[in-house]
Design a protein around this ligand. Structure first.
Ligand code: NAD
Length: 421
């Protein structure tokens, strides 16, 4: 069997990384090439054009994608990204990682991802609303509470999800809260969803530090990215007693040897749109290579690669972002003895609470913040225990152990359902 879904970019990038990780897992699991190809190839994907009427009257054509990698275990699930760098292969990789993440956390979903090639910083709210509505309309035959449930990702937020939900609902003729997660709480969102990914990252980060004999209280950390994931990860780490000595965003990095006061950094970002210029911080060249106990990459994929992996000095790396470490870098870090907690485990808190939100929306019955937090902590701890146990038992790096557990679960669903016709 060959992969006939073209065009595909070649020569590295997240899709190659995702397929390399899958190949390693299927080899360990003893799966044949046919099963590998099936799991390496998206089940369904669509590319749409989005004509946008700009505020000045001009028309601009944008491109969007939605990829459903797998839905053997339930509806497809995955974020919607607005970024100038979006391309189909990136979306395919992100969709595949979503499949493994949902399986690993035993959330009854498959994996999907969407993206629109746009730099949202250069568009007005009215323009972004028109983009979102047109994109939603174009992909609406594919999505729905039982088919595919988008959520926020880079460059999108709860307002984007409110527009998406409204557009889909208008087309259906009734309000469909379960078509998306990450909605505003006043519109069927879940308490705790906005911070869920970061809460999960921190649950796992604290466990990972302890597993290496490092007391989180007073340990040092650097966080790359100060968006929806990085910002709250930094905040919760600091609240847990970790000294966050550096944070960064796409404009630059700041640091302080004594630890940054994260609430003040957040205020600065709200006022100025970036961490850069934070008065109580010094400029930092590269957050990734600082000598810290914990590094949380929470920005984009591929930032830790063969060109810089040998300069990474963090003892523990917890992947807030999806795909921040390439397989070549993984191998270098493994030899150096660093502990890498993979994305499909570390940042799964978002999809776990998305699942809780979908359950609540479908039942029109909402839970307390405490209930959400407790159930999230329980899921993250269970997954951490399972992955570390498997890794120890079979002497595998955490990523390989996590991918094997997830891929096996998805393959089991395939085998039980059988091949149609
Ligand atoms: P976001 O758009 O809210 O924030 C992204 C942040 O990264 C911004 O601060 C941006 O300035 C920064 N950034 C971008 N490029 C950078 C670079 N080269 N160096 C340093 N900083 C850079 O996005 P987000 O939702 O926080 O997502 C971040 C990562 O986490 C992505 O990989 C995403 O797929 C992943 N993720 C997000 C969620 C979620 O619930 N939002 C869940 C799981 C995984």
């Amino acid at each position: 069997m060959t992969n006939t879904l073209e065009p595909t970019l070649t020569g590295g990038g997240p899709l190659d990384d995702a397929r390399t990780q899958l190949r390693e897992a299927t080899t360990i699991l003893g799966f044949d090439d046919g099963l590998y190809e099936m799991l390496a190839t998206p089940r369904r994907e669509v590319t749409v054009s989005i004509p946008l009427r700009r505020d000045n009257g001009d028309t601009e054509l944008l491109v969007g994608h939605r990829v459903q990698h797998n839905f053997s275990r339930g509806p497809a699930k995955g974020g919607l990204r607005y970024s100038p760098d979006v391309n189909l292969d990136e979306v395919r990789a992100l969709a595949m990682w979503m499949t493994w993440k949902c399986a690993l956390l035993d959330v009854p979903y498959g994996g999907a991802k969407g993206g629109v090639r746009i730099d949202p910083r250069h568009y007005s709210q009215a323009e972004l609303e028109r983009v979102t509505r047109r994109y939603t309309s174009e992909i609406s035959p594919l999505i729905g509470p039982e088919r595919d449930i988008p959520a926020p990702d880079i460059g999108t937020d709860e307002q984007t999800m409110a527009w998406l939900m409204d557009t889909y609902s208008v087309q259906q003729g009734h309000t469909v809260l379960g078509v998306t997660t990450g909605k505003p709480v006043s519109l069927g969102g879940s308490l705790g969803r906005a911070t869920a990914t970061s809460r999960g990252v921190v649950h796992v980060a604290l466990a990972a530090l302890r597993s290496r004999g490092i007391d989180p209280d007073g340990a040092t950390a650097a966080v790359q990215g100060f968006g929806k994931v990085g910002r709250y990860a930094a905040r919760f780490l600091a609240e847990a007693g970790v000294r966050v000595v550096a944070v960064s965003d796409q404009y630059g990095a700041i640091g302080s040897h004594t630890g940054l006061h994260i609430p003040s950094v957040e205020k600065h970002v709200d006022a100025h749109g970036s961490v850069v210029g934070f008065p109580a911080g010094e400029e930092v060249d590269d957050v990734l290579t600082l000598d810290v106990d914990l590094l949380v990459p929470a920005a984009v994929e591929g930032v830790i690669h063969s060109g810089n992996a040998d300069r990474i000095r963090a003892r523990v790396i917890v992947e807030g972002a999806n795909g921040p470490t390439t397989p070549e870098a993984d191998a270098i870090l493994q030899v150096a003895g660093a502990l890498v907690v993979p994305d499909i485990l570390a940042n799964a808190g978002g999809v776990v609470v998305s699942y809780f939100e979908w359950v609540q929306a479908n039942q029109a019955f909402w839970w307390s913040a405490d209930e959400v937090e407790t159930k999230l902590a329980d899921r993250m701890t269970t997954a951490w225990d399972r992955v570390t146990e498997h890794a120890t038992r079979f002497d595998l790096p955490l990523r390989t152990a996590a991918t094997c557990l997830a891929v096996e679960r998805v393959a089991q669903a395939h085998l039980l359902r059988g091949l149609y016709p």
